[in-house]
Design a protein around this ligand. Sequence first.
Ligand SMILES: [Zn+2]
Length: 293
Amino acid sequence: MKDYLVKALAYDGFVRAYAVSATETIAEAQRRHETWNTASAALGRAMVGSLLLGSTLKGEDKLTVKIQGNGPAGAIVVDSNGRGDVKGYIKNPQISLPLNPQGKLDVRGAVGDQGIFTVIKDLGLKEPFSGQTPIVSGELGEDFTYYLAVSEQIPSAVGLSVLVETDDSIRAAGGFMLQIMPGASEEIIDAIEKRLGELPRVSTLIDEGQSPEEILATLLPDTTIEVLEKMPVQFHCDCTKEKFATAIITLGADEIQAMIDEDHGAEAVCSFCGNKYHFDETELAALKKEAEA
Ligand SMILES: [Zn+2]
């Protein structure tokens, strides 16, 4: 089944509920970056969280999530938007750590437990919105939750899960996000907290093959869930050869001449999707002319 995200209201609109199935999306990222298991879980969780966060935006609006922890994974950077597109990369894709004491992939060990969690939103305004919080967990679900609470003042619960097979392929990926709106009663908040405390891990729900609608029904059994929208989600990179050409021009004429003289061409690799773009000497000469113009 194709990946999709569900946006819904619960508790008479006092809770916004989102859930997403993203197995194929994360599988494509894994294949493109050839991530090893712990790195797959770290990058995958960051991508699922960014899809959930991005789904609160309008179609053309976009956001970037940057996670810069002190772990061996290095920086994780993910772009998403209001249309369900997501792309991302992890600085060191070849991370495979021993399982943590709970027998799970050690995402905290890969990401680190200290660092900076940044969200930059481009809402089509003059200035992008930027919010920053410290990394509080490194498992990433709690870090998204903390960011929402502190930077956007939205009490939330975020659950992210990526299950990896022994051959490094992605078995299942998905997550949920609950946001409590102003005016929600103590009863609603207590009911949700109690429910989250007694729930099986989100990974279990994902592994059972629960759909986004089923995940929300499992999370919130005591309320009517009003589905507002179902949106397909996908790995999508918008890089083009023209964009890389523009980037090469900004390097300047001397630098381009050096590429011609020393390398007789240039190859640009997109860090988000791994696509390669080759520029031969003739193309570089044309770019050099533009740089001089
Ligand atoms: Zn790309």
